[in-house]
Ligand binder design. Structure first.
Ligand code: ZN
Ligand code: ZN
Ligand code: ZN
Length: 361
């Protein structure tokens, strides 16, 4: 009869706070991150001076032909499995009007930095804590990617590495095996611990012991510590996490066509204006006042939102012209409307009269 071994539960435990030294300039750093982003130093370059207003773009209003409208309409209807094509074939276009609108987009590319205490098994790495003061988080050189490319880099902060006993195995290098709870053996799965099979045959699997060796720990009852990989000691240090990311905001001017603005979010337009520099200046003198206002507001918003916690490296603003054609047509004596919009000639036809092919035979 085997004795049930005491159950020792080894869940993942956070290292105790006293494991970390105090490093000047890194006081808020905690294990596992979550300490928030570190404010960057004030910009070393002066604020940008107003740029020239975008030169008068070419106000060519693209209009589409009736054939183009009809073709886009036919493609749209055939993409809907239940729509009848009768209104496309029999409908008569009575009027086509061009409505064009603008999309303003602002992108801000920035660098953010945060720190966290980390650890790794000690295998003789340099131990440099206190040798000299650690450089500040924004004094450490990182390798930025190309503008507007997302990237992340982790850098071990110099002069913060020290050696500590592993808190997880208390410096033993091994922990009790979780499979057999430290016993080194477990109930035989063939005879379920009795030592015998049906009748009086001895269990061949365990030779009648009723127990078998634990395969996880090869019968030893303990396993190598996962935290220190059996090295008994840990190198404890501060990691600097440098992140490059792009934040994007858009504004689409409302037009009078009746097509909902949300429809325009998925299409592209013709680029009228593009401006990329360290910090952009709001667009001035654009014919549509709401676009100029959106630029003013979004440039200010990005400054307020991101300059506190991140270093702005580059901004980019664009204005696109999105073509919209409203097509009025008659079918079976009644007026209907559809829209063709974007470079993709996307179609919207909310009042399509034959949405079920079975009912218009
Ligand atoms: Zn075991
Ligand atoms: Zn057995
Ligand atoms: Zn350990």
């Amino acid at each position: 009869m085997a004795t049930a071994p005491a159950t020792i539960i080894h869940g993942p435990s956070a290292p105790p706070a006293n494991m970390f030294d105090t490093v000047p300039g890194y006081e808020g750093t905690i294990a596992g991150g979550g300490g928030g982003y570190l404010p960057p130093p004030p910009p070393s370059v002066p604020m940008p001076v107003p740029e020239q207003a975008p030169s008068s773009p070419d106000w060519h209003i693209p209009s589409i032909s009736e054939d183009r409208a009809r073709e886009s309409f036919a493609t749209y209807v055939s993409s809907k499995c239940c729509y009848s094509s009768a209104p496309v074939k029999e409908g008569v276009i009575t009027n086509m009007e061009s409505f064009n609108t603008y999309r303003y987009r602002l992108e801000t590319f920035m660098e953010s930095r945060s720190t966290e205490w980390s650890q790794e098994p000690y295998t003789g790495q340099p131990v440099d804590a206190g040798v000299q003061p650690a450089p500040g988080p924004w004094q450490i050189a990182a390798q930025p990617p190309a503008f507007f490319q997302e990237h992340k880099q982790t850098i071990k902060v110099p002069y913060t590495s020290s050696v500590k006993n592993c808190h997880f195995c208390l410096g033993m290098g091994r922990n009790p095996c979780t499979t057999c709870a430290g016993a080194g053996n477990k109930v035989c799965w063939v005879c379920n611990g009795s030592g015998y099979r049906q009748s009086d045959d001895r269990c061949m699997h365990c030779n009648g012991r009723g127990r078998e060796n634990c395969s996880s720990c090869s019968g030893s009852g303990s396993c190598q510590c996962d935290t220190c990989h059996g090295k008994r000691q840990l190198l404890v240090f501060i990691n600097l996490i440098v992140k490059w990311s792009t934040e994007k905001d858009e504004f689409i001017a409302q037009d009078s066509s009746g097509l909902r603005v949300e429809n325009l979010e998925k299409v592209s337009g013709k680029e009228l204006f593009k401006d990329a520099q360290y910090m952009v200046y709001p667009v001035r003198g654009f014919p549509d006042v709401s676009v100029a206002q959106a630029s003013e507001r979004l440039v200010r918003d990005h400054q307020v939102k991101y300059a506190q916690t991140s270093l702005i490296l580059q901004q980019r603003q664009t204005i696109e012209l999105i073509p919209i054609t409203k097509v009025n047509y008659m079918w079976k004596g009644k007026p209907y409307v559809y829209y063709v919009y974007g470079n993709e000639f996307k179609v919207n036809a909310d009042d399509y009269p034959a949405t079920c092919c079975c009912s218009v035979m």
